[in-house]
Write a protein that binds this ligand. Structure first.
Ligand SMILES: *Cc1c(COP(=O)(O)O)cnc(C)c1O
Length: 488
């Protein structure tokens, strides 16, 4: 049974099996006409449960057929133009070619003796990203599995630095000091900030929510006031998290003014650019994240606005030396005496995929400008979509887009707020059950809204019009039902 091992003796089998897989995938995608099948949980759950994992089928083609029933037939397709829900992107082909090498060579990016050149490729990309940010020579960073992990690592480093700062009292027990640490983030920041605070042992009150303006951007004056108030109360401002592209609104906190506040107070500035990071390669909108170069740390999700397959993210810090807060030594892996370059000293992970290779091939085949153009195109489309919503009496829209999200709801004249709150989530569920589009929902100030997240450069204004018409049609039916119920 050793013929299943990938090695030089089994290359014919490898080629045959990969070809079978590739043919099945290509054949399947060629037949995909909508982003989702519309299936519900019970039918998939039944098919998944039915498989006897202790009875292998052996034959790859049979297994692929079975996989269709548990996975592929009901997969959600981000490349379909009417997939408009979350921050998932269609992926670029050079990155998929890279995946082939990433998984078959299977380098692990922790140490030189498990990756060799891979270590240097990742380092070049970190340096490249740092250069795009505008950091200097001292910058460093590491690839991670996603924005959640990048944010956690950035805040872990910030915690280490805050502990060393004059604010912490060395005589106080560490556990107690940690409960005095505060992180400041806008009310529209990502929930991974809360999660990180919890993981870092800071306690449940650690994240101070800073109010936002009418475009959902952090208010720098109120940030300043909150930091001043915290200090006066004997608390220790550990970090400010500015979001460059909030998940719901794509809003970008005023980075330069937030950086001024951080500089005044001597507080770590982390910029969560998980979503907005793609602006680093935009040829038309790079200015939207001016000020990012003043951060102490930055999160970028390549698997969002760089059109990379999951996972691919990085945390980049202004002073590479600060990464020592994640450095631990193991005699077998990275002894203190080791002279070889390694990445494990900079990472929360040990064994780690060579995700950086995907971005490398992407940049080498397409170039950064082409990626930036994809992003600019979806931002253009968001502006067109905003115009459609603004001019349509059946819809309300929250704000003009900065990036590529639109938060809106179906609410024709005369429909009370409460009814709109009931109807909009039902519209979303109805559409999910049909599968010919996938849209998201969110809550703003306690009210139910719908959301488009546009990340597919192939989505057109006609797609948006068609989905809005679908929403309108379903919405009207639901309103009629409610009226009939009210009468009956
Ligand atoms: C998506 C996102 C994250 C989390 O990133 P993952 O890659 O999903 O872990 C963090 N912050 C913001 C602003 C995001 O949009």
């Amino acid at each position: 049974m050793r013929h299943h091992l990938f090695n030089a003796r089994n290359l014919d089998r490898y080629r045959d099996d990969m070809t079978s897989g590739l043919d099945a995938l290509v054949g399947h995608v060629a037949g995909v006409t909508q982003p989702f099948s519309g299936t519900g949980v019970p039918s998939v759950a039944h098919r998944v449960a039915e498989v006897d994992l202790d009875q292998p089928l052996g034959d790859l083609d049979a297994v692929i057929d079975e996989m269709r029933t548990v996975y592929l037939d009901d997969a959600v397709w981000f490349h379909e133009p009417r997939y408009l829900a979350h921050l998932n992107c269609p992926v670029v082909i050079p990155a998929l070619v890279a995946e082939l090498f990433v998984s078959a060579v299977n380098s692990s990016l922790d140490t030189w003796d498990q990756s060799a050149g891979g270590t240097l490729v990742e380092r070049r990309l970190v340096d490249w990203a740092a250069g795009r940010i505008g950091f200097g020579e001292e910058a460093d960073g590491v690839f991670t599995s996603g924005g959640t992990q990048s944010n956690l690592q950035a805040l872990l480093v910030a915690r280490g630095q805050a502990y060393l700062s004059g604010d912490a009292d060395p005589a106080e027990p560490l556990a107690q000091t940690l409960t005095r640490f505060r992180i400041f983030a806008s009310r529209d920041s990502h929930f991974s900030v809360q999660k990180s605070a919890n993981v870092l042992g800071l306690g449940l009150d650690a994240v101070v929510t800073v109010p936002t303006d009418d475009r959902h951007r952090m208010d720098p004056w109120l940030l300043d006031a909150e930091i001043t108030r915290a200090r006066a109360a004997g608390l220790i401002p550990m970090a400010v998290v500015a979001t460059a592209g909030t998940t719901d609104f794509g809003s970008i906190d005023p980075l330069n003014r937030v950086a001024d506040v951080c500089a005044d107070h001597g507080v770590w500035l982390h910029v969560d650019a998980a979503y907005g990071g793609g602006l680093l390669v935009s040829t038309r909108r790079r200015h939207l994240i001016d000020g990012v170069e003043r951060a102490d740390s930055v999160t970028i999700d390549f698997h969002k606005t760089f059109f990379q397959p999951v996972s691919s993210s990085a945390v980049i810090v202004r002073r590479g030396d600060d990464l020592r807060h994640v450095t631990y030594h193991a005699d077998y892996l990275n002894p203190r005496s080791a002279a070889l370059p390694n990445q494990v000293d900079k990472s929360l992970q040990t064994t780690r995929r060579f995700d950086a290779l995907k971005l490398w091939l992407t940049l080498r085949v397409m170039g950064a400008d082409a990626i930036g153009d994809y992003l600019d195109d979806v931002i253009d489309l968001a502006h067109v979509g905003h115009g459609l919503l603004r001019d349509d009496p059946d819809f309300e829209v929250v704000v003009a887009p900065t990036l590529s999200t639109l938060v809106f709801r179906f609410r024709p004249a005369g429909v009370p707020e409460g009814i709109a709150d009931e109807v909009n989530p039902r519209i979303r569920r109805t559409i999910a059950g049909r599968g010919n589009a996938v849209i998201a929902g969110t809550v703003v100030d306690g009210r139910a809204w719908l959301k488009f997240t546009l990340l597919n450069p192939e989505t057109t204004a006609d797609d948006l019009r068609a989905v809005l018409d679908l929403i309108r049609e379903i919405g009207r039916e639901l309103l009629d039902e409610l009226r009939a119920e009210a009468r009956g």
